[in-house]
Write a protein that binds this ligand. Structure first.
Ligand code: TYD
Length: 203
């Protein structure tokens, strides 16, 4: 039997990483074997790419997009596809839609073109369901401020994050059959309840 693939998405400070780990725990409690991954990363090559792509050195938008795609190709080949074929569930903290929102929209490369370069990396291994944690820009900015400087992209500031939020709304509009928007307002437990309801209702 093949497993299910769920990705969580959102702007920096949306709380999606916490929600991804709460979701993975809840699915384990329901008896599923769950593999949790994060992007960029999740393989030795992916973690090395993470250091480069989130490091301090400036890079061109396409170099950035292709590095994320390279890390994704390795993660799909080594971790996600084998897990799904083995009947495990995969919960991903970010996947393709991050590239569509950050590189496609916020960097201006175009959602369509970024999707095209990612197609061979993903090789039809797409999430069954993607949850975008939708949070107002001020709350996300507050959470980012609370954790200090973290990486090159997050450090770029508010205009980029606003463009990313616009990108996510566009991606949700383009792929309504795969994507559920869940409000990130409220306590961790409240948001988790909504995430779980989206998973149970959406698969
Ligand atoms: P992440 O580790 O999720 O950061 P955080 O835990 O702070 O949310 O992601 C690192 C950064 O990389 C984040 O700013 C989003 C960015 N990113 C892209 O621009 N494109 C991508 O395809 C991915 C996966 C991440």
């Amino acid at each position: 039997m093949s497993g299910r693939f769920i990705s969580l998405e959102g702007v920096d400070g949306s709380g999606k990483s916490t929600q991804a780990s709460m979701l993975a725990d809840a699915l384990r409690d329901r008896g599923h074997e769950v593999v949790a991954v994060r992007e960029p990363g999740g393989t030795p090559l992916g973690e090395a790419i993470r250091d480069v792509v989130l490091g301090p050195d400036a890079m061109s938008p396409w170099a950035e997009a292709l590095l994320f795609a390279a890390a994704r190709a390795q993660l799909v080949a080594d971790v996600i596809r084998p897990a799904l074929e083995g009947g495990q569930w995969v919960v991903a903290d970010r996947f393709l839609d991050s590239s569509l929102a950050y590189q496609g929209t916020a960097r201006g490369l175009g959602i369509e073109r970024v999707a095209q370069v990612n197609a061979p990396a993903i090789d039809d291994c797409m999430p069954d369901l993607t949850i975008i944690i939708d949070i107002d820009p001020a709350s996300a900015a507050d959470r980012r401020a609370g954790r200090g400087s973290v990486d090159r992209i997050e450090d770029e500031g508010e205009a980029l994050q606003e463009a990313v939020a616009t990108g996510y709304r566009e991606v949700a509009r383009l792929f309504p059959e795969r994507i559920a928007l869940v409000s990130g307002a409220g306590s961790l437990d409240e948001v988790h309840t909504h995430v779980l309801a989206a998973v149970i209702g959406g698969l």
